[in-house]
Design a protein around this ligand. Structure first.
Ligand SMILES: Nc1ncnc2c1ncn2[C@@H]1O[C@H](COP(=O)(O)OP(=O)(O)OP(=O)(O)O)[C@@H](O)[C@H]1O
Length: 791
């Protein structure tokens, strides 16, 4: 059986067989293997050392977008070497992948395979300083806060880089002169496009970083200023401490660069000094050289490797089998981690086991076998200071947003409390009172209030005009009673929508009623029928029908009770099988506002938090500010915490507003513990915020986020028992309802407010538990989505 060395080559038996001894000398094989391993380890160490000496070193970089079936290959085995203290001009046609390459270098995107070394470390590796203040990054988009002044912008980026405000102010003076910036007090949104780009460049130069990565910094800049920017770049690279990578479409301006990388088809056509390029390809200008090389590449006359062989490959050494990279399979290996926080550190891979020596050769911080807790970077005070300050000012500078944040809960609560849930009054009721004769037009007819039996025991009395007594009580509940002379006329009016119910009193209503009261068990059919009030109901609105039925019934109870009382009758006049007593919980007059209030309060707070969170996260991301902040060293965790801090304050104001309007202004029932009510409302807002994180991770555009938020708002309103009892839903929907985030919390709040229950009741504490579980679920989802989307 052949033995295998590290590189997979067999060691021949002849190599180790002693001619005088036919026995296999195992120790010789082991020695040979150890020696080869040692040689390889030394080579790897020297490779690592060589790559660490460069400012940036990219090897065999593969990057593609799209799907496996329809891939869009952007980087195709690209090699790049940027020595320290140089200006590196990255040139190439629009769409060739310059920005993609730069975002891989700054750690914002992952390669599908290949290696990147930046300032001696791997982007994202803890301790590498990349992303972080060692880099100054100017993205292609301006990536600034429109509401901030130039000075405030600099303070934000300066604080992130660990500068003091004084240091920032001093640096601003220099940058204003260098880049001919307008007055630093001017708001960014009021600057011209070119001025904004210069502010963006100033933000990258501000903290004097070791590596400047500038994506088209001279767009929209006049030639004189462009020259002074280049002069400055030349000046700062002279000492060897600062390195600059710059992309531009003005090929000629890169004459001042030390090295130019001409990018095309996912690789470099050439990587050389401008003079050498012009000389070697006999071009009149760099543009000329680029054209020539492109034509050559198109014709396939030159193999790519031979073009670069003497340039790039001079620093190329045998590949390090990176434990995290399977360079053969671009789908599997990925190198860069996220930003050193807990958001995304592990690389994809097949779990390739590296040789121990290779693992040792890598910097210790790059050993990705570290546990999750070790990967969590501690939050930095100056980062949090910058983020919280920025979040506050972004909020308070944006008047429209502020009006929305404060105005929406106020207006929603006012509208809800004024518009929803109150008892409908003034419903038109048609009355045909045959007891008062056909010509009676006075619906509230006169009756003798003291009409009592002579002897209550014998019921010997001539009860009169009980219909008038009844209508008197009914009018206290529903005042819009209209008298009609005949049933047919009243019915015709009801059919035209002019009455919600038609009440008909028979001619001898009172005498029949008296008969029925005296001996209910022996009353004949005629007596029963002529003592009934006929009610013809408009059934189109079930809520109204239900309420009118209740009014009709209660008015009758009140009229008979009143008669019992004044006549000192021993029992209630009419006994109904169900008698409505004072409620155990809730109000005597049914009030839908109290029922729906808890759900509405939670919904307002939840979805406002969702909208604000997703809106601000997406705006930051789409304007490139998020990317820029991340490259400056801010971590995802810090961004989340800073957002939560500011948002919590906003939510406290919103919660206070909503509760004050609901309970103090409109008198919604509040029987339970106020502290727990406030806490539940706040954690519900926190839950909405985390849902906002999920939305912003799922959607790329604000518009899509709006659709998603709306698309979840409506089902939640319908299914969480906010506007209708869950017990009245379809059984399957009931199960769905119980796992939604607002259901249990609504029940919990309702129980605290109306029943006065405390936190010890299961219905109440289950609302807190459910909301907390949802917060954890949403946070986990956000983190997974960030991980999934990166790359
Ligand atoms: N997130 C993405 N998803 C899919 N394709 C992308 C993505 N980002 C960039 N691309 C595509 O990758 C290619 C390279 O884009 P990139 O922005 O890197 O080019 P560029 O050289 O910087 O162009 P320009 O000079 O115009 O800025 C383009 O075809 C672009 O459409």
């Amino acid at each position: 059986m052949p033995a295998y060395d590290n590189e997979g080559a067999t060691i021949s038996m002849e190599d180790v067989r002693d001619p005088d001894d036919s026995t296999l000398r195992i120790s010789t094989i082991e020695d040979e293997l150890a020696s080869r391993r040692n040689r390889m380890f030394k080579t790897q160490q020297s490779t690592v050392a060589s790559r660490r000496q460069q400012a940036v070193c990219v090897r065999r970089a593969h990057k593609k977008y799209g799907t496996t079936t329809n891939p869009n290959v952007i980087l195709d085995g690209l090699n790049m070497t940027v020595p320290k203290g140089t200006i590196y001009g990255l040139l190439g046609a629009s769409g060739c992948g310059k920005t993609t390459l730069l975002s891989c270098i700054v750690g914002r995107r992952r390669l599908n395979s290949g290696e990147i070394w930046v300032l001696g470390g791997r982007p994202g590796g803890p301790g590498s300083g990349v992303p972080g203040p060692r880099i100054g990054y100017m993205p292609q988009e301006t990536a600034l806060f429109g509401e901030f002044s130039i000075r405030e912008t600099m303070i934000y980026f300066g604080w992130i880089a660990g500068m003091t405000t004084k240091e920032v102010d001093e640096r601003i003076d220099f940058l204003v002169t260098l880049l001919q910036l307008p007055n630093p007090t001017r708001q960014v949104k009021n600057l011209s496009g070119g001025q904004q780009r210069r502010v963006s460049l100033a933000a990258a130069l501000l903290h004097d970083p070791e590596l400047l990565i500038l994506d088209e910094p001279t767009v929209g800049v006049d030639p004189v200023l462009r020259q002074s920017i280049w002069d400055h770049l030349v000046e700062i690279t002279k000492g060897g401490r600062t390195t600059v990578i710059i992309t531009t479409h003005y090929i000629d301006e890169t004459k001042q660069a030390n090295i130019i990388g001409l990018m095309r088809g996912g690789r470099f056509l050439a990587e050389e000094s401008p003079m050498e390029l012009i000389r070697r390809y006999n071009g009149e200008s760099l543009e000329d050289v680029f054209l020539k090389l492109s034509v050559l590449q198109n014709r396939g006359k030159r193999r790519r490797s031979s073009i670069l062989a003497d340039v790039v490959e001079r620093v190329e050494v045998p590949a390090i089998p990176d434990p995290r990279v399977d360079s053969e399979d671009p789908e599997i290996g990925e190198i860069s981690g996220e930003f050193g926080d807990n958001v995304s550190m592990t690389s994809k891979g097949r779990g390739i086991v590296a040789e121990p020596a290779v693992v040792e050769a890598l910097p210790p911080e790059e050993n990705h076998s570290r546990g999750i807790l070790e990967r969590i970077k501690p939050m930095k005070m100056h980062h949090m200071q910058a983020l919280v300050w920025k979040n506050f000012w972004s909020l308070f500078r944006n008047f429209g947003l502020l009006a929305f944040i404060v105005g929406l809960p106020i207006s929603q609560m006012f509208l809800f409390c004024l518009a929803i849930g109150h008892y409908p009054v003034g419903l038109p009721i048609a009355v045909v009172n045959h007891e008062m004769g056909a010509n009676n037009t006075n619906v509230l007819c006169q009756y003798d209030k003291d009409d009592c039996p002579q002897d209550p025991d014998t019921w010997e009395w001539n009860l009169t005009r009980f219909s008038c007594r009844y209508l008197d009580f009914l009018s206290k509940r529903q005042s819009n009673l209209i008298a009609y002379s005949s049933e047919s006329v009243a019915m015709a009016e009801a059919e035209h929508g002019k009455a919600r119910v038609v009440l008909v009193f028979p001619a001898n209503f009172s005498t029949s009623l008296q008969e029925r009261l005296r001996d209910p068990r022996h009353a004949d059919v005629y007596t029963v029928m002529s003592s009934d009030i006929q009610a013809h109901m408009d059934d189109t609105d079930k809520q109204v029908e239900w309420m009118l039925n209740r009014d009709l019934l209660l008015s009758f109870m009140e009229a008979t009770e009143h008669l019992s009382e004044i006549c000192n009758l021993p029992t209630r006049l009419l006994s109904t099988p169900v008698y409505i007593h004072k409620p155990i919980f809730g109000l005597e007059v049914p009030n839908f506002t109290d029922f729906a209030g808890p759900g509405v309060i939670l919904t307002i707070i939840f979805f406002l938090a969702t909208a604000l969170t997703s809106g601000s996260m997406l705006a930051e991301r789409n304007e490139g500010i998020l990317e820029r902040s991340l490259v400056s060293g801010i971590t995802g965790t810090e961004i989340l915490f800073a957002h939560v801090l500011v948002q919590m304050l906003v939510m406290m104001v919103q919660t206070a507003t909503v509760l004050v309007i609901g309970f103090l202004v409109f008198g919604l029932t509040l029987r339970g513990p106020v502290v727990w009510v406030v806490i539940l409302t706040l954690i519900n807002g926190l839950c909405g915020m985390t849902f906002g994180f999920v939305v912003s991770c799922l959607c790329d555009k604000e518009r899509t986020a709006t659709y998603l938020a709306l698309g979840s708002f409506l089902p939640m309103m319908l299914l969480c028992g906010i506007i209708w009892p869950i017990e009245g839903m379809h059984i399957i929907l009931q199960y769905i309802s119980y796992v939604l985030p607002l259901t249990k919390s609504t029940e919990s709040l309702r129980s605290m407010l109306q029943r006065g229950w405390s936190i010890t009741m299961p219905t109440v504490y289950s609302g807190f538990i459910s909301t907390t579980v949802w917060i954890v679920v949403y946070l986990t989802l956000s983190i997974l989505l960030i991980k999934f989307k990166k790359g």
